[in-house]
Design a protein around this ligand. Structure first.
Ligand SMILES: [Zn+2]
Length: 91
């Protein structure tokens, strides 16, 4: 293995690593986008729920048009790596 990679597979991991998920409505007449409230999702679905598109997207609905065709984009932690490592401490 080379380098470090982290697997973001659950809502809890997204929160822990500071990742954010934005949902984009695929309805061309709408194109609404919304950052997901991961803490609310963790409460609703459980923190160990998968964040994979095939598992999460079917549960989401566009708040603007009610459409169920949703694209998910995961945004990595924008903080510098050294700071993240520092905060992670001995974990
Ligand atoms: Zn929409």
């Amino acid at each position: 293995m080379s380098g470090r990679s982290i697997t973001i597979a659950t809502i809890a991991q997204c929160i822990r690593y500071g990742h954010r998920i934005t949902a984009y409505c695929l309805n061309l007449d709408c194109r609404h986008s919304q950052e997901l409230d991961l803490h609310a999702l963790a409460e609703r679905l459980g923190p160990d729920h998968s964040t994979l598109h095939k598992h999460l997207a079917p549960l989401l609905r566009c708040k603007a048009c009610g459409g169920k065709r949703v694209q998910l984009t995961v945004h990595p932690d924008p903080r510098p790596a050294w700071k993240t490592a520092e905060e992670r401490g001995g974990a």
